[in-house]
Design a protein around this ligand. Structure first.
Ligand code: NOJ
Ligand code: CA
Length: 575
């Protein structure tokens, strides 16, 4: 955090600082759903440019831009046709440059998503591979194998893709290709030197355009051991040894990131990266965060936890220790484009234990969303399953706790409005492959990807002049930017105040726990005296001495020495 918040019109000069990311607040933009400037129902780069003053007023340090590349959108843009271009429906390279300049002049850095595990099936290399014969160099850039069975009519293995259905798809000449995700997302062969060289070129391409860093998609998947005989899915899970799994988190993947680090370090300041890496243990995840590798890794532990003080404390302590050991800073995430938004998770009545949601879903003929081994029940209409007010109250408390922690915080667009998950999406409007490949059993991730409401009314609540590519619910009016800007108690006002204070109160990267005598109350102090205390329970708790600088609960004016339930308060030393 090298720039302090200045009036929204003044141009900021970003000071080159190799450590700018360590405690930065990142704001994730899912570009198709952020703001639509040309009125075709799809968010675009021009829309982002027009909202730079909004981002600046919000007080974020950096934007992470989800894929904006040419794509058939089989997986919301994570199926990339061309890594060095902009989807014409979203903008042009010239507009990309303009956006980078506008963000930088507002003191906001930019990180782009890079998707190295797989391309789209429309990528020129995959098209070449399809046109070329088995065993050709063009096929070597992907993972093609002959099938099993007398005529190769069966897939090489029984492996399932992450979105459901087989992980192999057959091509007309009879071979099969591997795709860990949708069939439109063929996996690259990272043993291939051309693949390695091409990604280095892509990293330089965006770095040369002023991009400050990269979010690395499925960073744990690139290197695979496909030595014959290939094991079955059951054999693989029975013999799993961290680091030696055939498909994920193999030790050799770090050679790739060491190579990328050499590219990053050629820039001033060095380009940064954060890994999306799902590993068996938190220790193995920390390897991706090494300064010789990507430098930072997402820690999704809070996102998978309930609103529970014991879990929060354990997760915070563990991740701060891991970050210190790896030399990185940790990352906190409560929501992103892949999960049910946190106000909804915290307000859902059912669905906390695996299995429980599935049973309930069957009973009421509804659908479930799976997040990290847990299931969340999503009803046709939210009201019967959801205590909305409680969900928001808890989400605000969790967010304020998150923003007081050492390390960087990754926010997801719309969470500053306290948006709930949108569950009212008809089946025929859904887009997520997880919905289709699971035949609707999982509703998928569209509910957190609905275009943002900027105004109370209008054809798409100010998102654009036309409609929105996913339907917006009527309740968006009251949680629009326009509605919340006018309300000092709104979630938007809370985020703005919190982010302003977070800059002012910036402290060294550690904390000290203060015992509260209650299992459901967490209290910690940062080295500069800034304190955060959260009551996860419902019974009020005593409020410690200090000057209250912010409280998460709406409408709280005078606390009278008491910390209400499901509330976080920030304190600074008296005097
Ligand atoms: C993780 C991304 O966050 C998700 O949206 C995507 O579907 C998969 N990786 C595959 O690229
Ligand atoms: Ca548009």
């Amino acid at each position: 955090m090298t720039s302090s918040l200045s009036p929204v019109t003044e141009t900021v000069t970003l000071v080159p600082d190799a450590n700018w990311w360590r405690q930065a607040t990142f704001y994730q933009i899912y570009p198709r759903s952020f703001a639509d400037a040309n009125g075709d129902g799809i968010g675009d780069l021009r829309g982002i440019i027009t909202r730079v003053p909004y981002l600046r007023q919000l007080g974020v340090d950096a934007v992470w831009l989800s894929p904006f590349y040419p794509s058939a959108l089989a997986d919301g843009g994570y199926d990339v046709d061309d890594y060095r271009d902009v989807d014409p429906r979203i903008g042009t390279l010239a507009e990309f440059d303009e956006m980078v300049t506008a963000l930088h002049e507002a003191g906001i850095r930019i990180m782009v998503d890079i998707v190295p595990n797989h391309s789209s099936d429309r990528h020129v290399w995959f098209q070449e591979a399809l046109a070329a014969p088995a065993g050709s160099p063009a096929r070597e850039r992907y993972i093609f194998r002959d099938g099993a069975g007398a005529d190769g009519e069966l897939p090489p293995t029984d492996w399932q893709s992450i979105f459901g259905g087989p992980a192999w798809t057959r091509v007309p000449d009879g071979q099969w290709y591997l795709h860990l995700f949708a069939k439109e997302q063929p996996d690259f062969n990272w043993d291939n030197d051309e693949v390695r060289a091409d990604f280095r070129t892509t990293l330089r391409f965006w770095s040369d355009r002023g991009v400050d860093g990269f979010r690395v998609d499925a960073a744990h998947g690139l290197v695979k051991d496909l030595t014959e005989p290939l094991p079955s899915a059951a054999q693989m899970s029975a013999t799993n040894v961290p680091g030696r799994n055939r498909l994920f988190d193999r030790d050799e993947v770090h050679d790739i990131y060491a190579d990328w680090r050499r590219v990053f370090d050629q820039y001033t300041p060095p380009r940064i990266a954060v890994a999306e890496a799902w590993t068996d243990t938190a220790e193995r995840r920390a390897r991706y965060a090494s300064p010789e590798g990507l430098g930072q890794a997402f820690n999704f532990d809070l996102l998978q936890a309930g609103f529970d003080a014991v879990q929060f404390r354990r997760i915070i302590t563990e991740n701060l220790a891991l970050a210190a050991a790896s030399g990185s800073s940790t990352t906190w995430v409560l929501s992103n484009h892949d999960v049910v938004r946190h106000p909804t998770r915290y307000g859902l009545i059912a669905g906390s234990a695996p299995g429980e949601a599935a049973e309930a879903a069957e009973a009421v003929d509804t659908a479930i969303m799976q997040v990290g081994g847990r299931e969340w029940l999503l009803a046709g209409g939210p009201e019967d399953q959801l205590d909305r007010a409680r969900g928001i109250r808890r989400a605000r408390a969790a967010t304020l706790l998150e923003l007081a922690l050492p390390g960087s915080a990754y926010l997801y667009q719309g969470e500053e409005l306290g948006l709930h998950e949108v569950s009212e999406i008809p089946d025929d409007a859904r887009q997520d492959p997880a919905f289709f490949r699971n035949k609707g059993v999982e509703v998928g991730r569209d509910g957190c990807r609905v275009p943002l409401p900027w105004t109370r009314g209008g054809s798409s609540f100010g998102f654009g002049d036309a409609g929105a590519h996913l339907p917006q619910p009527a309740w968006f009016a009251d949680v629009s930017v326009e509605a919340e800007e006018a309300d000092p108690d709104s979630t938007l006002s809370l985020y703005r105040a919190a982010l302003r204070l977070r800059r002012e109160l910036e402290s060294e990267e550690s904390l000290e726990w203060i015992e509260t005598g209650r299992d459901d109350v967490l209290h910690f102090r940062r080295p500069n005296g800034w304190e955060s205390i959260t009551n996860f329970g419902t019974a009020p708790a005593p409020l410690p001495a200090g000057r209250v600088v912010l409280a998460s609960a709406p409408g709280v004016r005078d606390l009278r020495g008491e910390l209400p339930g499901e509330t976080t308060v920030w304190l600074t030393p008296e005097g």
